[in-house]
Design a protein around this ligand. Structure first.
Ligand code: KG4
Ligand code: ZN
Length: 330
């Protein structure tokens, strides 16, 4: 039997379709961006996002099949993001996937978007040594998870408010650095001294995160110290973020025996985070796994790869008709 999966991802503002095999080899991965639709609003406008998905979903499916040089007959199943995400956007992908599955006579499997991100580390080749502790840090997500193997994922902690990437971007804006703020804040931080005592939110409280208090503390500091040295602000902010990320990750590595520590998401590009993670891994004697950053942003290849977990272990999740859109649902 063929082992090709068609993945569909429409949880937010990109229409993505990919074809992946059981080894994680990507036959095609198309991401149709909606940047031009939302740019004028300075953010994502859900109604327009859904409409743009309607316009592009079938052409994107067609392109993914054509680029991979396969026909629907070659497919074993369809995997589609079932949440979390914008409901109007999700529905376009879900209904298209369900209809194609019925038409083509193959199963359609609903996949949690976050499982997709966590599995993105194995795209292209198998890199992750299990059991693994995974830190997902991006513009949209911040979480720590433990994967005993590809079938058993435990979500340990997530953010109560802003994501790490968001707080980087907001601090970048306060410092006049443009968007995205992450890389610029990191560069500036290297020139400054981490001498300002910004808070370390929820440092000793479990492995959930909170970053909005830190962002507000930076804003208050900037207001009250008009001649603040931008490099020192950046360095102090980054030091606070790193201490929180490292301490929480250490806590998980101590309590959950791990062969590797994996970091996925856009913030994994941070040199400061990479260095801190390398130190932590030496201390804990686990292997550090930093997959290629190109798979960090939303894509359908990660959704297709995650679909194999269900097929391989024969534990089909709720069919698409029984949607559960909660973050805790793996
Ligand atoms: O995963 P990603 O590419 O996409 C979304 O989640 O949408 O993550 C983007 C985030 C942005 O917030 C950006 O500022 C952050 O990743 N980022 C960084 C760095 N490069 C990108 N944050 C810190 N340091 C970096 N070098
Ligand atoms: Zn995402």
């Amino acid at each position: 039997m063929t082992d090709l999966i068609l993945g569909i991802e429409t949880s937010c503002d990109d229409t993505a379709v990919a074809i992946v095999d059981g080894e994680g080899t990507i036959r095609s991965s198309i991401v149709s961006s909606q940047l031009d639709v939302h740019e004028a609003f300075g953010g994502i406008y859900p109604e327009f996002a859904a409409r743009a998905h309607v316009a592009s979903i079938l052409p994107t499916v067609h392109e993914a099949l054509t680029r991979a040089g396969v026909t629907p007959r070659d497919l074993r199943a369809i995997g589609v993001t079932r949440g979390p995400g914008l409901i109007g956007s999700l529905l376009v992908g879900l209904n298209t996937a369900a209809a194609l599955g019925i038409g083509w006579g193959i199963p359609t499997i609903g996949i949690n978007h976050l499982r997709g991100h966590l599995r993105s580390a194995d795209l292209g080749e198998r890199r992750v040594k299990y059991p693994a502790t995974i830190l997902l840090v991006s513009g949209g997500h911040t979480l720590l998870a433990y994967m005993k193997n590809t079938a058993e994922i435990e979500l340990l902690g997530t953010t109560r408010d802003d994501s790490v990437g968001e707080s980087y971007d907001k601090v970048g804006r306060m410092l006049g650095l443009g968007y995205p703020g992450g890389p610029a804040v990191d560069r500036l931080a290297k020139e400054g001294r981490a001498a300002i005592p910004f808070p370390r939110p929820m440092l000793d409280a479990g492995v959930d995160f909170s970053f909005s208090g830190l962002k507000s503390a930076v804003a208050r500091y900037m207001e009250s110290v008009p001649d603040a040295v931008a490099g020192d602000v950046a360095a102090s902010f980054v030091a606070s973020v790193m201490e929180v990320l490292v301490k929480k990750s250490r806590k998980v590595l101590k309590n959950y025996p791990s062969a590797s520590f994996v970091i996925v998401g856009g913030v994994a590009a941070s040199p400061q985070l990479r260095e801190a993670a390398a130190g932590l891994c030496r201390e804990m004697n686990v292997e550090l796994c930093l997959p290629p950053l190109r798979w960090s942003t939303d894509n359908a290849a990660m959704i297709a790869l995650a679909t194999f977990d269900y097929l391989e272990h024969d534990v089909l999740p709720a069919p698409v008709a029984e949607l559960q859109l909660t973050i805790r649902d793996f």
